[in-house]
Design a protein around this ligand. Structure first.
Ligand code: PLP
Length: 446
């Protein structure tokens, strides 16, 4: 494969964009492929190389790169009416009605423009509604580029994880290990009265998709109820992907107080939302007094793209298709690594998949581990499956980044930047794409 044009573009980019990119994870080594266009389940880069694309915009593109006619028509019609108004439009109401109809915990929504903005607003809402200050987050969870959650360390020793985030922000955040029922119990014993919310992804989508251990979310629900804190599910990645239109909360059978959405809800355009019961959502201005506002919020083109994408998914067998291919990839990869690397774990559920290069405790199992959407103690590989973000972060990251990903790219399979980022199947992927992808995995492990 020739990558000269991408290399030249990266050279130019480095002069005018910090690190050559506009979102840090895109800066893959030695330089990223600059994408020229999408084609179904594929992308074509600036040098004309074609790849099977499992990045899919890092999650938003449920339908792939060629939008169905109904979605395209709605976007074009909205665009030709005019880009936006600073006044309400019917399409915002329609998308809100659609989401409220399908997602169990949602009665009302406030639309914003990104996942980050959704979690910022949800945290402010939780603090305003409860009159409390502290937010509990999961180590290895990701909630966007915001001050309250760019925090590392543990409950006794929280520190900001980026320069520019004052330590005083970290003092209001309590990071705990995911799936650790004793740690969360202790935090509620010590700080129960001060906790505004527990903010968690249903599964740690940003550390490869670590699934919850059975009972963990139920415990979070109970602790929040007892103490008067809110449970916030960050479904920015899992929303309208895991569990289909009911989202991960429906599949898990746990009802959060607030849910954050983005990615798929904008159908490939910038949109996000905070959803929940009217009783809480009406604390937002102008119904209540928790300030929230946005020039582009509820942007008609993004609302049209989101609504028609979700309608298309509701009326076609999108979830059956992507989940079937996701399962083929997970079981196919497990089969390939079971000889050469039985300790490796295949994370993901529905249309998410990721092979994690873990080694810990691998010696006494002969099959690769596929935990699914929930980990149960009676499953064969329970002891070997990653339970926390740290379990994934301690895997063989260099091998993944420097050897595996570049090799897959040369084989025409476009994977997310590193071991921590999940990969996504779209409705445009085909059985043939999956076969070809599994051949590439086989090649690498032979
Ligand atoms: C992507 C993501 C975010 C951030 O969303 P942006 O639109 O990139 O700001 C927040 N939370 C989760 C779970 C995500 O996957």
């Amino acid at each position: 494969m020739n990558h000269e044009t991408s290399r030249d573009l990266y050279d130019r980019a480095l002069s005018v964009l910090p690190g050559g990119v506009n979102s840090s994870v895109r800066a893959t080594q030695p330089y990223p492929a600059f994408i020229e266009r999408g084609d179904g389940g594929h992308v074509i880069d600036a040098d004309g190389n074609r790849y099977i694309d499992y990045v899919m915009g890092y999650g938003p593109l449920l339908l792939g790169h060629d939008l169905p006619e109904s979605v395209r028509a709605a976007i074009q019609s909205s665009m030709s009416d005019g880009p936006m108004y600073g006044a309400p439009t019917e399409i915002e109401v329609e998308l809100a009605e659609f989401v409220a109809r399908h997602v169990p915990s949602v009665e009302m929504l406030r639309f914003v423009n990104s996942g980050t903005e959704a979690t910022v607003s949800a945290v402010r809402l939780a603090r305003g509604y409860t009159g409390r200050g502290k937010i509990v987050v999961m180590q290895g969870g990701y909630h966007g580029a915001q001050e309250s959650t760019l925090v590392a360390g543990d409950a006794e020793n929280a520190r900001s994880s980026s320069p520019g985030v004052p330590q005083t922000f970290a003092e209001h955040t309590i990071p705990v290990p995911f799936n650790d029922s004793e740690a969360i119990e202790e935090v509620f014993e010590t700080h129960g009265e001060e906790i505004a919310a527990v903010l968690t992804e249903p599964l740690l989508g940003n550390t490869a998709g670590v699934p919850p251990v059975e009972g963990y979310h139920e415990q979070l629900r109970e602790l929040c109820d007892e103490s008067g804190a809110l449970l916030i599910f960050d479904e920015v990645m899992t929303g309208f992907r895991v569990g289909g239109l009911q989202c991960a909360q429906g599949k898990l059978g746990v009802t959060p107080d607030l849910t954050t959405f983005a990615k798929i809800i904008g159908g490939g355009f910038p949109a996000g939302a905070v959803g929940g019961p009217a009783e809480i959502l009406e604390s937002f201005t102008p119904a209540g007094d928790v300030f929230q506002s946005g020039t582009f919020s509820g942007h008609p083109v993004a609302m049209a793209a989101g609504l028609e994408t979700l309608r298309y998914a509701a009326e076609n067998d999108v979830y059956d298709h992507v989940n079937r291919l996701g399962k083929q990839l997970r079981t196919g990869i497990a089969d390939i690594v079971s000889d050469r690397a039985p300790g490796y774990t295949i994370l993901g559920t529905d249309s998410m998949f990721k092979l994690v290069f873990t080694r810990a405790g691998a010696t006494d199992i002969d099959e690769a581990c596929i935990p699914g959407y929930r980990q149960t103690p009676d499953s064969d590989c329970f002891d070997h499956c990653p339970k926390t973000g740290a379990d994934v972060e301690s895997a063989e990251t260099d091998r993944w980044d420097r050897l595996f990903r570049p090799a897959m790219k040369e084989e025409g399979v476009f994977l997310t930047a590193n071991q921590l980022e999940s990969q996504f199947v779209s409705d445009a992927h085909t059985d043939e794409d999956v076969e070809q992808t599994l051949e590439a995995y086989k090649e690498f492990f032979e």
